[in-house]
Design a protein around this ligand. Structure first.
Ligand SMILES: NC(=O)c1ccc[n+]([C@@H]2O[C@H](COP(=O)([O-])OP(=O)(O)OC[C@H]3O[C@@H](n4cnc5c(N)ncnc54)[C@H](OP(=O)(O)O)[C@@H]3O)[C@@H](O)[C@H]2O)c1
Length: 331
């Protein structure tokens, strides 16, 4: 188990991110998604991450169905809100206004079939609304018993500091992997100073560094990866060559590429909880195998040489999105 920050709950070392079961990574099999959530809970995973906008409510309904036959009290449900979508799934922006946040929460509670959300966060930060206002509204919801803990998503250091001054923040959810190391310089040290934990997403870079991706794989227009610079024809070859270098290290450890990538994130500190986006039991079993992998100093050196920081080609989001992310803002 790992504790999320100084104010947050204890959760399993690895959390299950459910997004891909409803959205963004191509078609998913609903029955297999439910089996995967059950298998994760049975294996000791206690953190389920979702967003109200993943499949426009579908992901929350899926979690509700999965928890009908499990003990909800043993699960930490982390929910993101704020992103706005139309009925076709097009992205319309972000709304972090206090009234909007309370409204999102009301619908989330109903869809999840629960009386409280364990960790609630706006994702991403709304540049038009002071974070104090958004977190202030969430703090009211904590007081009223509808939310247990407050988190943040893709927030920069200054925003984390401002939010923490309003209410304890248990974790910042942000992309962190062997090929996305942007938080190391400033954001991670700030979180550590403030006692804010990290839930790391994209630890497999959305499948790119899982060891299962190939340059030949095609993606539908509504698949996130169709618009990700790292998966573009221009960059994917370079990035997959890094994966092959990592595969050599993995093989020397009798492990898979995905396991080494997850174990590397686990090795960065006990205040970091990787979320894995497994959508099938087979992938989940592989991901959880990372927990048994002990990376020595020598292994970590080899990994660093195989995939040096900043070795990836292409940014982690398309330029238009990068420009809006609070975590990518430069003073
Ligand atoms: N806060 C934010 O802004 C934000 C953004 C994105 C995601 N998230 C959260 O993070 C969670 C994880 O998503 P992610 O993007 O970070 O996913 P990820 O774990 O980096 O990648 C998941 C993809 O990798 C592939 N994969 C291959 N081997 C795998 C293995 N052994 N275990 C797991 N996946 C494997 C899966 O594809 P196949 O199923 O096709 O094999 C899956 O679609 C999401 O569910 C969501 O909750 C948060």
């Amino acid at each position: 188990m790992r504790t999320l920050g100084t104010s947050g709950p204890a959760v399993s070392d690895i959390g299950l991110g459910c997004m891909g079961m409803s959205d963004l990574y191509g078609p998913a099999d609903e029955a297999e998604s439910l089996e995967t959530i059950h298998a994760a809970l049975d294996a000791g995973v206690t953190l389920l991450d979702t967003g109200d906008y993943y499949g426009m409510g579908h992901n929350e309904l899926l979690i509700r169905d999965a928890l009908k036959v499990r003990n909800r009290d043993q699960v930490v449900i982390s929910v993101k809100c704020g992103a706005l979508r139309d009925p076709k799934g097009n992205w319309l922006g972000i709304d972090g206004r206090p009234a909007a946040v309370k409204n999102f929460l009301a619908y989330t509670l109903r869809r999840l079939g629960t009386d409280r959300v364990d960790i609630y966060r706006l994702s991403p930060v709304d540049p038009a609304v002071p974070i104090e206002d958004t977190v202030g509204a969430m703090a009211e919801m904590v007081k009223a018993g509808f939310v247990r803990h407050i988190g943040l998503s893709e927030a920069g250091s200054e925003t984390v500091r401002r939010a923490q001054a309003v209410h304890p923040i248990c974790d910042l959810q942000i992309e962190y992997s062997l090929i996305s190391r942007g938080i190391e310089k400033e954001i991670l040290p700030t979180c550590r100073e403030l006692g804010v934990g990290i839930t790391a997403y994209g630890v497999l870079s959305r499948g790119l560094i899982s060891g299962h991706w190939t340059a030949k794989r095609t993606t539908a227009p509504n698949d996130f990866r169709s618009h990700s610079p790292r998966f573009s024809t221009e960059h994917v070859g370079h990035n997959l060559r890094l994966v092959e270098q990592l595969r050599r290290v993995a093989e020397s450890k009798n492990a898979t590429v995905a396991q080494v990538a997850i174990a590397w994130v686990l090795s960065r500190g006990v205040d970091i909880v990787p979320l894995v986006g497994a959508r099938r039991r087979e992938r989940l079993t592989e991901a959880l195998g990372a927990l048994a992998l002990n990376l020595t100093e020598d292994d970590l050196d080899q990994i660093e040489r195989a995939v040096p920081a900043d070795a990836a080609a292409g940014e982690r989001y398309a330029p238009v999105l990068m420009a809006t992310l609070d975590s990518e803002r430069r003073p």
